[in-house]
Design a protein around this ligand. Structure first.
Ligand code: ADP
Ligand code: ZN
Length: 752
C-alpha cells in the first residue's frame, strides 16, 4: 500500500518533552481497521530498546527519511487508551508541562508498560480425556512425573496451575506431553471477575437501602437531572460531616449502573478502607475492582483489563485510578475532594481531582466532588456558578454537630501536652463508656532534644530540621530525610552527661502520659510510626471501630472520613502552628483538619464534644471553628487570596531546583528567571526572585525555588512551555543541569 504513512511519531518514557520519529518496521502492514495511534511500539533508543506509544502517523518527517531508525515491533493493533483518556493524557502533559512519554508511561499498569499482551494470560485448567481414563496407567511407567499427574486426576477431576505451585518446574512439560498424547484436555479461558474473589456479591442479601432525608432526596434528584442531560457537568456536594454524602453518591450511582454504565469512584489514599469496599459491595450487586498502591502488578493488570473490557462496573481507586480505560463510563465521583493526596508530588505532578474533571468533560459525563470541607478552589467555583452546588447542612442521623470549646493554654498548665481541663474531659467521657479521639499532628516523642547546659539542639546534619526523639526505640529520627541515630545520654556539643531534655510533645509522649493517668484505658496510637507495616493502619482503624480501644490518639491519619460509632469526644492538642505559617494554604488545611476530626464526634446518638487547646483563643479563626462556620471562613479566605493575588485568583507554577552545591541551585534558577522574563511579561506573568526553599537543606541537598504567577492560566503555560522547549539547546543550562536536579510544578500545593 503505497499511500499508507510509514513514519510514526513515538513518545518514549524519557524525561524529554518531545516525541521521536521512526519508520514502521519493514514488511509491516496495517490491518484495515487498525488504528495505531495510542498503540505500543518497541523502538531502538540510544543503545537501549524502549517501549513507547505511537502518537502520530505521518507522511513525512522534519528529518530526512533515510536518517530515521526503524521501529522494532508494533505491539498492539489498537490504542491502549480509551479515547477520553487519550485526550486527557495529552492535555495533562501540556497543562502540567510534563514529558509526554513519562505521562503515557505512568498511565499504564506495569505489565502493559513492560510490553506484555493487553489480554491477561488465560486461566488454564486440565482434565483427563476419555483416552486418558481408559488407557492403562502402566503405559506411563517410564514417565514418573506424568504418572504422578494422572494419579492426581483420580483425586481431583480438574487441575489448575495453582495445584502445582509446590512442584518443580518440569510439571509443565509433563502436562504438555500428556496433552500431546491425547490423555489430557486443556481448557483455557480469559480471567473473569468471579464471586470467589470477593469482587461480586451476587446472591448475597443487600443491606437495606436507607430512606433518604429531604436534603439527600433533593440532591439526588438534582444529580439524576444531570445524568438525564447526558452531558458533562461538575457538581460540588458540600455536606457537613455525617450528612450522608455517601448515600447521595450511591443513589446516583445506582441509576448509572442500571443503565449498564461504569462508575469511577476516586478516594484519597487513606480513604480506601475495607469499610468502604464493604459498604459498596453490600449495596450493589455488580462487579467491582479496586486500584491502589498495595496491589501487585498482576492484580493491577487484571483490574485495568476488567475496567477496559467493561466487565468491572465500579472502579474504586486512589489518584492514579483516574488513568483507567473504560468501555462505557457514566459517572465520576471524587470523595473528600479537598484531600492533598490527590496531588501527585513527584515525577509527573498532577492533581487527580482536576484531571478527573477534564476527563469527565471529554467523556461527556457528570462528575461529583464531595467534601465537608471543600478546597477553596472548588468552593470558589461553586460560589461563582461554574460548578453546580449541592448542600447538605444537617447530619443524616439528626444528631447535631458537636459543640466546640477552647482551653486557653496561656493560663492553663500543660503536663506532657495535656491540660488539666483536657484530662478531666477525657475522664468524664471514659466514665460514660464512650471513646475519645485525641488529635496531635506531630509524631514521635519530642520534636527536638535540647541540652540544659549548652542549649544545643539535636539537629539533622543533612537537613535544616530537628531530629525527633522516639523514646521506645531510643533513637533520633529526621522526619524529612529519614536519617536515624541512637539517642546518646550525653550532649554531642558540650559532652554534658544526662543533660538532654525533650522539648514539646509528639504522639508518643502523650501516649506515655495517658497510660499513666488512665492506667485502665486502652490507648491506641495511630500515626505513621505505628502503621509502617502494610495493612497495619487498616487493622488499627478496624480495632477502633469495633470499640476495642478507649482513647484513639493520632495524627491527621485519624481525621479522614472514618466512621467511629462510639466516639463522643475529640480533643485537639496544639493546632496553632497552622495559624502563623509561611505556607499560604496552612490556615485552609488547619480548618479542614479541625472540622474533619471534630466531625468524628457524636455521629450516632449523643451530641459530641470537641475541646481545643490553644494559645490564641481570641483569634477569629477559632470563632469560626466554634460555629462550624466553613462558609464564613472560606469567604474570608477568598477575600484574602483575592487581595494577595493568590490561587485560585492567580495561577502559580513553581520551579524547584536542588544540588549538592549551595550556589548552583540558585544559579540555575536565576538563569531560568532571566530567560523567562523575556517572554510574555506583558501578559501578566510575574517571575519572582529565585530564593532558597523554606527548608534550604534536605537530605544533604541544597534546595531553591522560583515562583511564577499569572492572572491567567494560558500565558503562564505558554511562557513556561516556550522556555522548556528551548532550554535543551541552551549551553548554560546544559552545563548546570549535570549538577542540578530541577522540576516544574504547575498548581503546586505547597511552596516547599
Ligand atoms: P458523610 O459521608 O457525609 O460524612 P455518611 O454517608 O458516612 O456521611 O453518613 C453518616 C451516617 O449517617 C452513616 O452512618 C449513615 O449510615 C447514616 N445515614 C446516611 N443517610 C441516612 C438516612 N437517610 N437516614 C438515616 N441514616 C443515614
Ligand atoms: Zn534530615
Amino acid at each position: 500500500m503505497a499511500d499508507t504513512p510509514s513514519i510514526i511519531g513515538v513518545a518514549v518514557p524519557v524525561p524529554l518533552r518531545q516525541t521521536f520519529d521512526f519508520v514502521l518496521p519493514k514488511g509491516f502492514t496495517l490491518g484495515a481497521d487498525a488504528d495505531l495511534v495510542g498503540a505500543r511500539v518497541k523502538v531502538p533508543f540510544g543503545n537501549r530498546r524502549l517501549i513507547g506509544i505511537i502518537t502520530e502517523l505521518k507522511d513525512h518527517s522534519d528529518y530526512p527519511k533515510e536518517s530515521l531508525k526503524e521501529a522494532i515491533e508494533v505491539l498492539d493493533n489498537e490504542s491502549v487508551f480509551e479515547p477520553s483518556l487519550w485526550i486527557t493524557l495529552k492535555w495533562l502533559a501540556s497543562y502540567y508541562l510534563a514529558p509526554i512519554g513519562e505521562v503515557l508511561d505512568a498511565a499504564m499498569p506495569a505489565k502493559i508498560r513492560q510490553g506484555e499482551e493487553q489480554n491477561p494470560p488465560p486461566i488454564r485448567s486440565w482434565r483427563l480425556s476419555e483416552k486418558g481414563r481408559s488407557s492403562p496407567i502402566e503405559d506411563l511407567a517410564r514417565a514418573p512425573l506424568q504418572l504422578a499427574i494422572v494419579r492426581r486426576f483420580m483425586k481431583n477431576t480438574i487441575l489448575s496451575p495453582a495445584d502445582f505451585k509446590d512442584e518443580s518446574k518440569s510439571w509443565r512439560q509433563a502436562i504438555t506431553a500428556l496433552v500431546e498424547k491425547g490423555w489430557v484436555v486443556e481448557n483455557s479461558e480469559p480471567p473473569r471477575l468471579s464471586i470467589g474473589e470477593g469482587l461480586v456479591n451476587e446472591g448475597l442479601p443487600m443491606t437495606q437501602v436507607l430512606e433518604l432525608n429531604l436534603e439527600q432526596k433533593s440532591a439526588v434528584e438534582s444529580m439524576l437531572q444531570r445524568l438525564d442531560d447526558n452531558n458533562f457537568s461538575c457538581t460540588l456536594l458540600h455536606g457537613v460531616t455525617g450528612s450522608g454524602k455517601t448515600e447521595v453518591y450511591f443513589s446516583t450511582m445506582q441509576t448509572v449502573l442500571d443503565q449498564n454504565k461504569q462508575v469511577l469512584f476516586l478516594v484519597p489514599e487513606i480513604g480506601l478502607t475495607p469499610q468502604l469496599i464493604k459498604r459498596i459491595q453490600d449495596r450493589f450487586s455488580v462487579p467491582l475492582v479496586t486500584l491502589h498502591s498495595g496491589m501487585n502488578d498482576k492484580q493491577r493488570h487484571l483490574a485495568w483489563w476488567h475496567a477496559k473490557q467493561g466487565e468491572a462496573s465500579i472502579v474504586l481507586g486512589t489518584r492514579s485510578a483516574v488513568f483507567t480505560s473504560f468501555k462505557d463510563l457514566g459517572l465520576i465521583v471524587v470523595d473528600e475532594e479537598h484531600d492533598v493526596s490527590f496531588k501527585q508530588q513527584d515525577k509527573v505532578r498532577y492533581q487527580a481531582r482536576d484531571v478527573a474533571i477534564y476527563r469527565a468533560k471529554q467523556a461527556g459525563v457528570p462528575i461529583i466532588l464531595g467534601s465537608a470541607t471543600p478546597s477553596l478552589e472548588s468552593f470558589v467555583n461553586a460560589d461563582s456558578g461554574r460548578y453546580h452546588s449541592l448542600r447538605l447542612v444537617k447530619r443524616a442521623t439528626n444528631v447535631a454537630l458537636p459543640t466546640v470549646e477552647l482551653f486557653d493554654m496561656k493560663v492553663l498548665p500543660s503536663n506532657d501536652g495535656l491540660s488539666p481541663a483536657m484530662v478531666a474531659a477525657v475522664k468524664s467521657t471514659l466514665e460514660n463508656s464512650k471513646q475519645v479521639i485525641l488529635f496531635l499532628n506531630r509524631r514521635g516523642f519530642a520534636p527536638v532534644m535540647y541540652c540544659k547546659e549548652c542549649s544545643a539542639t539535636t539537629d539533622c546534619h543533612r537537613c535544616d530540621s530537628h531530629l525527633t526523639y522516639h523514646q521506645r526505640i531510643n533513637r533520633l529520627r529526621c522526619h524529612h530525610c529519614g536519617y536515624e541515630s541512637v539517642a546518646k545520654n550525653h550532649c554531642l556539643s558540650c559532652n554534658a552527661k544526662d543533660s538532654l531534655v525533650g522539648v514539646g510533645e509528639g504522639t508518643q509522649r502523650v501516649e506515655e502520659s495517658l497510660k499513666q493517668i488512665f492506667p485502665a484505658a486502652r490507648v491506641l496510637r495511630i500515626d505513621r510510626d505505628s502503621t509502617r507495616r502494610k495493612g497495619e493502619l487498616e487493622e488499627l482503624l478496624e480495632q477502633a471501630r469495633r470499640g476495642d480501644a478507649d482513647i484513639l490518639l493520632g495524627t491527621q491519619l485519624l481525621t479522614k472520613g472514618h466512621d467511629f460509632p462510639e466516639v463522643d469526644m475529640v480533643g485537639i492538642l496544639g493546632a496553632d502552628q497552622g495559624l502563623y505559617s509561611s505556607d499560604f494554604r496552612a490556615a485552609e488545611s488547619l480548618f479542614q483538619q479541625i472540622l474533619q476530626v471534630a466531625g468524628r464526634a457524636g455521629r450516632r446518638s449523643t451530641v459530641g464534644r470537641v475541646f481545643i487547646q490553644t494559645v490564641f483563643p481570641e483569634h477569629p479563626f477559632y470563632e469560626r471553628v466554634i460555629n462550624h462556620d466553613f462558609d464564613g471562613f472560606a469567604q474570608e479566605l477568598m477575600h484574602e487570596r483575592h487581595r494577595a493575588s493568590y490561587p485560585p485568583f492567580a495561577f502559580f507554577a513553581l520551579i524547584r531546583a536542588e544540588s549538592p552545591h549551595q550556589a548552583k541551585a540558585l544559579q540555575f534558577l536565576r538563569l531560568a528567571k532571566s530567560q523567562l522574563q523575556g517572554r510574555d511579561a506583558r501578559d501578566g506573568v510575574t517571575v519572582m526572585d529565585a530564593v532558597p526553599a523554606p527548608m534550604e537543606q534536605r537530605a544533604g541537598k541544597y534546595r531553591a525555588q522560583l515562583l511564577i504567577s499569572a492572572k491567567q492560566r494560558s500565558p503562564l503555560n505558554a511562557c513556561l512551555s516556550s522556555w522548556l522547549s528551548q532550554i535543551k539547546d541552551n549551553e548554560a543550562v546544559r552545563k548546570l543541569s549535570s549538577s542540578v536536579r530541577w522540576s516544574v510544578d504547575v498548581d503546586p500545593v505547597d511552596l516547599f
